[in-house]
Design a protein around this ligand. Structure first.
Ligand SMILES: Nc1nc2c(c(=O)[nH]1)N[C@H]1C(S)=C(S)[C@@H](COP(=O)(O)O)O[C@H]1N2
Ligand SMILES: [Mo]
Length: 323
């Protein structure tokens, strides 16, 4: 089965039964409400409205699903950071039509036994997309809860057989000014670049996302595939990836290159280390049902609440120095 086919699998087969039953109930309520049905009518199939998802104790331990209220699909897809389309939050969803996501190729090279240039379908062949409900904490101080669809980054990386010299993984976004109007402004040194240490990349929480809310990724969220690293500030979750390179040295990243004293390589969410220009102690959650976009401020958690799953990777490191 190709990934394209896999993505057509209804949420019923990807999501646990109990969760789906809950979604279905909410979906029925959604359809029965004329105002809401109208609000969703620009999309072929309206996604389910915000809901709390049921999780098993194992899922809670893995960090794979949070039970917090989901951010509305409308907000996840209209309040975006994707500077290749402009720096306004509404720019990516307005400009997105120019991004062609098929055909899509990804170069995977560097310190590995099996480098290659592979199509989107081949990159993900045989891997079953999983649903992960993660918090996303932007360095700007807002956060969302998003039901992603994707595959563990580790399962994709392992196919290329990284060598013992692969200490880091570098990622690059498409950098085509014809498709991405924002690239004409020198906000960043394009193309957008990011990186992870190899153990971070292999952590089970690191996801290569291909969808959200049970549907393929919209362009503004980084179609056709983007990284999701939920314990780090949102800018680490690089969108529309065209190259993955195994490297020996810590790679340069777009935001670090721009402002090295403000954006470190690790960028783990850390309320104890403020951004030089603002506090990181709290955040404004973009919650589902509130009539206003932002809910009241809530405390930000170390590693965005994923400490039990990731803190051991940083044992003995001074997190003020390695911010
Ligand atoms: N290529 C690229 N990736 C990017 C960005 C960007 O501007 N360009 N913005 C980052 C930032 S700052 C955040 S908070 C998240 C936002 O993801 P979302 O729009 O899907 O919520 O994407 C990240 N990935
Ligand atoms: Mo961000």
């Amino acid at each position: 089965m190709s990934l394209r086919d896999a993505l057509r699998i209804p949420a019923s087969e990807i999501t646990d039964e109990a969760v789906y039953a809950d979604r279905r109930r909410l979906l029925a309520a959604f359809a029965a409400t004329p105002a809401l049905a109208l609000a969703g009518c620009s999309e072929a199939a309206p996604p389910p409205p915000p809901s709390k998802v049921a999780i098993t104790p194992e899922q809670a331990k893995s960090g794979f699903r949070t039970t917090e209220e989901l951010t509305r699909y409308e907000d996840v897809t209209s309040y975006n950071n994707f500077y290749e389309f402009g720096s306004g939050k509404a720019d990516p969803s307005q400009a997105r039509k120019t991004l062609r996501t098929r055909p899509w190729r990804v170069i995977v090279d560097g310190q590995c036994e099996k480098p290659g240039t592979v199509s989107f379908d081949d990159l993900l062949k045989g891997l079953k997309p999983e649903e992960r409900v993660y918090r996303l904490r932007c360095v700007e101080g807002w956060s969302m809860v998003i039901p992603w669809l994707g595959v563990p980054l580790a399962s994709v990386l392992k196919r290329f057989q990284p060598t013992s010299k692969a200490k880091y993984v570098a990622f690059v976004t498409l950098g085509d000014p014809a498709q991405m109007p924002g690239i004409r402004s020198p906000i960043l040194d394009w193309p957008y670049r990011e990186g992870l240490r190899i153990d971070e990349a292999m952590n089970p929480l690191a996801l290569l996302a291909t969808g959200l809310y049970g549907k393929p990724l919209p362009q503004q969220n980084g179609a056709p595939l983007r990284l999701v690293v939920p314990w780090k500030y949102g800018f680490k979750s690089i969108k529309s990836i065209v190259r993955i390179e195994f490297v020996e040295k810590m790679p340069e990243t777009a935001w670090h290159a721009m402002q090295p004293d403000e954006y470190g390589f690790f960028s783990n969410v850390n309320p104890a280390v403020d951004h030089p220009r603002w506090s990181q102690k709290t955040e404004r959650r973009i919650a589902g049902t509130a009539s206003k976009l932002f809910a009241d401020r809530i405390p930000t958690k170390p590693f965005n609440g994923y400490g039990p799953q990731v803190a051991s990777m940083y044992a003995g490191m001074d997190l003020r120095k390695w911010f």
